[in-house]
Design a protein around this ligand. Sequence first.
Ligand SMILES: [Zn+2]
Ligand SMILES: [Zn+2]
Ligand SMILES: [Zn+2]
Length: 161
Amino acid sequence: MSDESANLEDLGINDEEMNTYMESLKTGIGNPARQICICGHSLSRHTKSEVSGYCNVAKAWCDCSEPMSVLEPEDLRTFVFSTSGVGKKHALAKGLYALRKNGKTARWLIERLCFRCGAEGRTVFPTALTRDKRIARGSGHTNALLCESCVNALGGYPTYY
Ligand SMILES: [Zn+2]
Ligand SMILES: [Zn+2]
Ligand SMILES: [Zn+2]
């Protein structure tokens, strides 16, 4: 037996880096496998190619070209819905609803402000957008959180759809 103490440095590990990594396993921050994209599907199920990106959860109806982590849920399995409109009709809302119904929680990984006007402290509606940044009635090319006046400005009505 050697009396030489085993240090992390012996394994090529920097103490600081290891702290950050272990913390990320606990919190999920920096761990995309546990995060939900703004399209309402698991971040780890996206493919990015040179020309376009898409979401593998639902290739047929999710053309998410700008993936972004927004939620970290206790369970990823409810985030499999399609988007059919603004707010409650968006896949993100449906997934979160199903999660809460199962008695589980999620936390936001982003500040909840309107992506368009930057307003804070208002209700923001998950919204699918077309290529020309109008409200999409189905799944979008991109997705955003928008306040009610921005949803209206882009041609949608969050409270009626
Ligand atoms: Zn996505
Ligand atoms: Zn998606
Ligand atoms: Zn706004």
